[in-house]
Design a protein around this ligand. Structure first.
Ligand code: UDX
Length: 436
């Protein structure tokens, strides 16, 4: 099939390459000339495991190309919209300007029978509002949310847990669902559930999935707060809870909480949309989810302050991690970087290291010191703070060897990813989040 993908960020670039890899002919389109130039040369503009290889392979196959020229979408019959929907400045709502621009830009190139498939995360009601403009051209709009996780985006796109298609009612909707079944034929052949819904349900599946995941993380972080005043260990609590199959252990990792380009802004946009609908109270708990999440960042900074005797002024603190999670170079709303900035604000001399995210971090927080080499970053530290659970810190950092590099053997484990016994045995004072 001939596909176009509008927007070549974390979502669109991966989608374009993944669709080419399953045999489609794909044109990826973006307004960002620098990004398109990189992609066209086969260079991934961000770190995502597997993407680089896939780009090289698919550009070579001739099935994948990239352009800034929207008119090239006219050769395709299915058009994916994968542009960003960031948080609006000064508000909780999602900023839909990129979605609107993508749709308006595409309209002149749509033909009767074409399918426009929205993948961006949007407030419920958006598809209904966009549809009339698209229908006028003879094309059909479907809403086909994307559930990919950064770090696993390639696999999540090729072999997702489920596919959701929000379609209009009637034969036109049935045809559109059939076209999407053909697009995703490889996933469907391996019995991936394909759910056909109306627009509103499809839009809600995405935002409610993210709201659920955020709530699960904040739930365990709330338990971490209780553990901190009772002497309980939240990691043991999570293990025990996780054995209940109805609860499950995943996303019960207590620590400095969630960040990234999705969960934080999606729960805020959901609250804002629910309020516009006069139903804000239904998701008012999301405000609490957000508040718990942000409190954990402050708590991690406070643990460092307390461990250093109440004042970090002039003290050297080495922060291991800047990305919002491992296997990613994304620092959007990164709790790791936020904690580093807080400590810098309190007067500490903060050195940050990360295997992939230093360039991105330096761009937004240039006041911090960045060191690429982990051991060099550790040299002379009065305290060490682990905030992104990369293997480089979690399993590959030897506490005895690290102890020889630092000035003070204090470690704050913002992700509960280190073995406290090992670190204490090597002479470190270990502080976890919600652990005695
Ligand atoms: C998320 C959703 O998982 C994905 O389905 C959606 O499409 C986009 O948003 P992503 O932002 O890539 O994906 O990251 P995710 O793996 O969900 O992690 C989000 C944040 O939660 C990270 O900062 C992570 O460190 C944190 N987290 C995750 C925890 O603090 N504890 C956990 O137990 C799990």
């Amino acid at each position: 099939m001939r596909l176009s993908v509008i927007g070549c960020g974390y979502l669109g670039a991966v989608h374009a390459a993944a669709m080419a890899s399953i045999g489609h002919e794909v044109v990826g389109i973006d307004v960002d000339e620098a990004k398109i130039a990189m992609l066209a040369k086969g260079k991934a503009p961000f770190f995502e495991p597997g993407l680089q290889e896939l780009l090289t392979q698919e550009l070579e196959s001739g099935r994948l190309r990239f352009t800034t020229d929207l008119s090239e979408a006219s050769s395709a019959t299915v058009h994916f919209i994968g542009v960003g929907t960031p948080q609006k400045a000064g508000s909780y709502s999602a900023d839909l300007r990129f979605v609107n621009a993508a749709v308006d830009g595409l309209l002149p190139y749509l033909k009767p029978g074409d399918i426009v498939a929205g993948k961006s995360t949007v407030p419920v009601g958006t598809a209904q509002e966009l549809a009339p403009r698209i229908v006028e051209t003879g094309a059909t709009l479907v809403w086909n949310p994307e559930f990919l996780r950064e770090g696993f985006a390639v696999n999540d796109t090729i072999a997702p847990d489920r596919l959701v298609a929000g379609v209009p009612s009637g034969p036109e909707g049935e045809r559109a669902a059939d076209v999407l079944r053909e697009v995703y034929h490889t996933a469907i052949a391996t019995e991936t559930p394909f759910l056909v819904t109306d627009y509103a349900t499809a839009e809600l599946v995405k935002v409610s999935a993210n709201a659920f995941l955020a709530t699960k993380i904040s739930f365990i972080n709330a338990m971490a707060e209780i553990a901190e005043v009772t002497g309980a260990d939240v990691t043991q609590l999570a293990d025990a809870l996780g054995h209940d199959a109805r609860i499950g252990r995943r996303f019960l990792g207590a620590g400095i909480g969630f960040g990234g380009g999705c969960l934080p802004k999606d729960i805020r946009a959901f609250s804002a949309r629910a309020e516009e609908l006069g139903q804000g109270e239904s998701v008012s708990f999301l405000r609490e989810v957000d508040a718990i999440n942000l409190r954990r960042r402050a708590r991690a900074a406070q643990l460092v302050v307390d461990a250093l005797g109440g004042d970090v002024h002039g003290k050297s603190v080495t922060v291991l991690g800047a990305a919002f999670k491992p296997h990613s170079d994304d620092i959007r709303d990164s709790p790791a970087l936020d904690v580093a900035v807080r400590l810098h604000g309190l007067g500490a001399r903060v050195t940050v290291t990360d295997p992939e995210a230093i360039e991105n971090a330096r761009r937004v927080q240039p006041q911090l010191t960045y060191v690429a080499d982990r051991d060099e970053a550790l040299a002379g530290a009065d305290a060490v703070l682990v905030v992104t659970e990369w293997d480089e810190y979690r399993t590959q950092l030897d506490p005895t060897a690290a102890g020889d590099l630092v000035s003070g053997k204090i470690v704050v484990d913002g992700r509960n990813c280190l073995d406290p016994v090992r670190w204490r045995d090597a002479g470190w004072q270990y502080f976890g989040m919600g652990r005695p």
